[in-house]
Design a protein around this ligand. Sequence first.
Ligand code: TXA
Ligand code: MG
Length: 310
Amino acid sequence: MRINLSNIKKAKKLLNKSECVAIPTETVYGLAGNAYSDRACKKIFKLKKRPKYNPLIVHYYNYQKLRKDCYFNDNFLKLYRRFCPGPITFILNLKKDSKISKVATNKKNTLAVRFPKHSITRNLLKELKFPLAAPSANLSSEVSAVRSSDVKEDFGKKIKYVLEGGKSSIGVESTIIDLRNKPKILRLGGLDILTIQKELHKKIIINNNPSKASTPGQLKLHYSPGIPIRLNVKKIKDEEAYLLIKKKEKTKPNYYFLSKKGDLREAAKNLYSTLRKIKKSKYKSIAVSKIPNKGLGKTINDRLIRASKL
Ligand code: TXA
Ligand code: MG
């Protein structure tokens, strides 16, 4: 994607005035505002209709810029060096004198931190004097946005500006890892946990389904297209859309393929845009064929399971 400097300048100007701007990232689009400004963070919650107790994830250009706000540890530095910028979010301890808005954190003493890889957003972050609070740019509990048109569909004119960045190359949200004590995965995402494990040379606890959700990204209903979803389906019903991982020779108008060859990366990239397409096509429900539970397939299954808890 070519970098259009005047677009970045426009986004910067609005963000400097505590306005919200949608930004592209390699995972999904984010709804961004100045993370040091209560006013900007309040606007994000309002636009997304997000419950106040659900803290905002904050985006930085690099770890030097994060130093003022959070404490680092060895695991963080290891994973940062290997995977950042990229689709991983770290939960770290917040410094007492950090300028991060208490609206963003809901007064918690931890912070979810990410370094997005998308070149346009990196360009923007480099220029700004503050980090960007930016949850996914969709209405709370609904399907995430992977194109600027998705964001406009959800928010219309309520958002002052959407920074164009093409379709998100990964297409599912970042993997969240809590690094405060023993590393613990809180959300499966765009970075395969096996590669994280390899880097840390140890098995990591996965805690993305606690009985009492500490993170609303772990709440049961999420990523929902608003119609029922049935999983692992071999035989579909009338008036159902059929979501398949791999292109079949015999296809029908209600068949939707996430990938041509059953490639899980390609499938993840197409997941949310396909759910949005189905949602617009007036089907009563969605049947999903079995998706291999490995690599990004695990993340796709996680999202579909949550989307199915209608
Ligand atoms: O890929 C992504 O992570 C995208 C892009 C835009 O960066 N962002 C994203 O944001 O998915 P959001 O808000 O939809 O999901 C972030 C998750 C939420 O479930 C939130 O509850 C959790 O991170 N979170 C935020 N702060 C936290 C904290 N201090 N401790 C634990 N979880 C936290
Ligand atoms: Mg989200």
